[in-house]
Design a protein around this ligand. Structure first.
Ligand SMILES: [Zn+2]
Length: 206
């Protein structure tokens, strides 16, 4: 039996059965009230810590689940399969604009309605939550953000580099565009990006 905290009220959009997930990282408080969201890491939320034993967002699909989060990931896996789209809400302390993260390029289009400034494709993140979903997006809300309208570029992570304090937002550098500088999930590194679509908005509408 599922604990009460798991009670998921299904949210039907017109064509996709959608699940909202909060507190994949227990100290990342959503920017607004999200009704019927599933709390991914209830114990970490209660203690207001990122995780208890291992980063939940790297705890999926391990051969022998041992940590609290690895076991929780097995339970969540079962839930995710019931949905067409999983929206994983994060609150980053990194210096960045509001962005979506996807692990499959086809999923970028699902981030559009949320007002993201860009979508970042990270293909090689193993064991993350959204990679387990049929379709999945992570939304990275910084503490200060505004909603974006207009063209939305799709970037791919070229490499991770050590973060430099002068890299803020989308400031262009010679090597590319840094992103999510000092986001905790990347251990003091940041994404170095290459643009693979100038505007997924128009690209995907056709
Ligand atoms: Zn997070």
């Amino acid at each position: 039996m599922r604990p009460t905290v798991w009670k998921i009220v299904q949210q039907q959009s017109e064509y996709m059965k959608t699940l909202y997930i909060t507190y994949t990282h227990g100290d990342e408080h959503p920017p607004y009230e999200i009704p019927n969201a599933l709390v991914a890491n209830p114990l970490a939320k209660e203690r207001n810590v990122r995780y208890i034993e291992t980063d939940l967002n790297r705890s999926f699909g391990v051969m022998t689940p041992i940590s609290y989060e690895e076991k929780r990931a097995v339970e969540l896996d079962e839930v995710l399969t019931d949905y067409d789209l999983v929206v994983d809400i994060h609150r980053t302390t990194a210096q960045t604009k509001f962005c979506g993260i996807v692990t499959k390029s086809d999923d970028a289009v699902y981030a559009l309605p949320y007002g993201v400034s860009a979508v970042v494709l990270v293909e090689n993140i193993q064991n993350s939550l959204i990679s387990r979903a049929k379709h999945g997006i992570a939304l990275e809300y910084p503490y200060t953000y505004s909603l974006h309208t207009g063209s939305i570029p799709l970037y791919r992570v070229k490499e991770f580099v050590t973060a430099e304090p002068h890299w803020i937002d989308f400031e262009e550098t010679e090597q590319g565009i840094p992103y999510l500088v000092n986001e905790k999930a990347y251990h003091g590194k940041c994404f170095l990006l290459e643009k693979i679509h100038p505007n997924i908005n128009s690209n995907f509408k056709e």
